[in-house]
Design a protein around this ligand. Structure first.
Ligand SMILES: C[S@@+](CC[C@H](N)C(=O)[O-])C[C@H]1O[C@@H](n2cnc3c(N)ncnc32)[C@H](O)[C@@H]1O
Length: 287
């Protein structure tokens, strides 16, 4: 499974599609991705508190193309970016070079971090360890390499969210089951107008076999049918799961954020829903 995870992210570095039409690796390319990220997901800045880590040692696990890591570096932190993929690290390095920032990078596995114990003031990880086969090993490594009194800020998908419960469980899973029952040969009729994402998930479940795990994983990234083109693994966690997973830390708080939809609602109501049923579960744990 680890190899399938690595292969998938090697050929799908996160958010690269948001720079489509721009020269990959150019300043404009990285700026477009950055603009989109902090407009669509403002909770990242709120949670990461980039300026707070000035002159501190920060490790980002699963840095991908390095968008958040650049913010830590710009704000004066001494940063290390780690990713399972050669391509993620190559692009993160490129982004740092383009903006004249300094940082160290390593291709490695979150489940076996190549650092001595008590090495970092902050371990940051956004949307990563829910894709690794052994999340318990990853959390135990995070606990080992963060300093005593240091912090970890880890975002994983939220199980009790509108996305997991309504979009995936209530709509997508039964919908795909019905499509496979109506059209068991893996071909949808042309007259059936469905969003491309749903057509892709139908094809993926046709190829891999129907399972809730396959549908959930494919729905959490831009998966397309064909060899190695669909996200092989995603998990989601509740706040209680998070408290259990991070119980070795001295203290642990969790925060729920991120609603991509419901923009028409009054802000107060939208905030209320976001803080209970948002898609991102941030865990802030102190060792
Ligand atoms: C959804 S992307 C998020 C990337 C980045 N954190 C961001 O916010 O753009 C998931 C990343 O996790 C990395 N990843 C998955 N499993 C990993 C592991 N076991 N160790 C290190 N990185 C891993 C992937 O290579 C990929 O870059």
């Amino acid at each position: 499974m680890k190899e399938a995870v690595r292969e998938y992210w090697e050929s799908h570095p996160n958010a690269v599609n948001l720079g489509t039409g721009l020269i990959q690796g150019s300043k404009e390319f990285f700026e477009a991705i950055e603009r989109h990220r902090y407009t669509a997901e403002p909770c990242l800045q709120e949670m990461a508190q980039f300026p707070r880590w000035r002159e501190k040692r920060v490790l980002e696990i699963g840095c991908g193309i390095g968008t958040d890591l650049r913010q830590f570096s710009r704000d004066g932190a001494m940063v290390v970016g780690l990713d399972l993929t050669v391509e993620g690290v190559r692009m993160a390095r490129k982004g740092f070079a383009v903006f004249g920032l300094s940082g160290d990078f390593v291709v490695a596995d979150a489940e076996a971090l190549p650092f001595v114990s008590d090495a970092f003031d902050l371990i940051y990880s956004n949307g990563v360890i829910h894709h690794t086969p052994d999340i318990t090993a990853a959390v135990s490594e995070i606990h080992r390499v963060v300093k005593v009194g240091g912090e970890s800020l880890i975002m994983v998908y939220h199980r009790n969210s509108y996305f997991a419960l309504v979009v995936v469980q209530a709509l997508l899973i039964p919908g795909i089951r019905i499509l496979l029952w109506l059209f068991p040969r893996g071909i949808l009729p042309r007259w059936l107008r469905l969003p491309m994402g749903i057509k892709n998930i139908y094809r993926i479940t046709f190829e891999k076999g129907f399972s809730q795990e396959t549908i959930f994983a494919a729905s959490t990234d831009l998966s397309t049918p064909g060899d190695g083109n669909s996200n092989p693994l995603s998990h989601a966690y509740s706040r209680r799961d998070a408290a259990r997973m991070f119980s070795a830390f001295t203290s642990c708080k969790s925060y729920v954020r991120q609603l991509y939809h419901l923009k028409f609602l009054p802000p107060l109501l939208r905030n209320w829903i976001e803080r209970r049923a948002g898609w991102f579960l941030f865990v802030r744990a102190v060792k």
